[in-house]
Design a protein around this ligand. Structure first.
Ligand SMILES: [Zn+2]
Length: 154
């Protein structure tokens, strides 16, 4: 079976066994991934965190080829799997929160539009009132002026 890395830099699983504490030669926690190659679709594997970087120590191990040599090592695999599951859960939670925030944002946008419309309507009303006031003022002034004009003539 071929490895997901085509360069050949990945040694066979037989060379590697699950390291103590799930830490490879780089001194970092190995990662649990899923293969998407046509040869091994959906097959899980463990890989050095520094894969495809100059720091890569070459660690690679198919999950189904993990040789459980002691309960301690099995514990490490379980621990890493649990960590992964927890990360996935946290990611889902974050996604939910993001959706929630998006909905709240939409809601706020709607309210803003509503407020804008209300302000616009209020402006119109105030303008109408002012216009009415001005019209009354003109009528009153005209009336006063003509009144004075008539009395002035008499
Ligand atoms: Zn490494």
């Amino acid at each position: 079976m071929r490895r997901p890395c085509s360069s050949g830099s990945c040694a066979s699983s037989a060379t590697y066994s699950m390291p103590a504490g799930g830490i490879c030669a780089c001194g970092e926690l190995i990662v649990y991934l899923t293969s998407h190659t046509s040869e091994n679709p959906g097959r899980h594997f463990w890989r050095c965190r520094n894969f495809k970087t100059p720091k890569d120590c070459g660690f690679f191990l198919w999950d189904d080829e993990v040789v459980v040599q002691s309960s301690g090592r099995e514990g490490v695999v379980d621990m890493l799997r649990t960590e992964l599951e927890e990360s996935k859960k946290k990611l889902d939670e974050l996604k939910m929160k993001l959706e929630d925030t998006k909905m709240k944002l939409e809601d706020t946008k709607g309210k803003l539009e509503e407020s804008k419309n209300k302000i616009w309507k209020l402006d119109c009303e105030m303008l109408n009132k002012n216009m009415a006031f001005v019209a009354i003022l003109i009528v009153v002034l005209a009336w006063v002026v003509s009144f004075c004009f008539i009395y002035g003539k008499m």
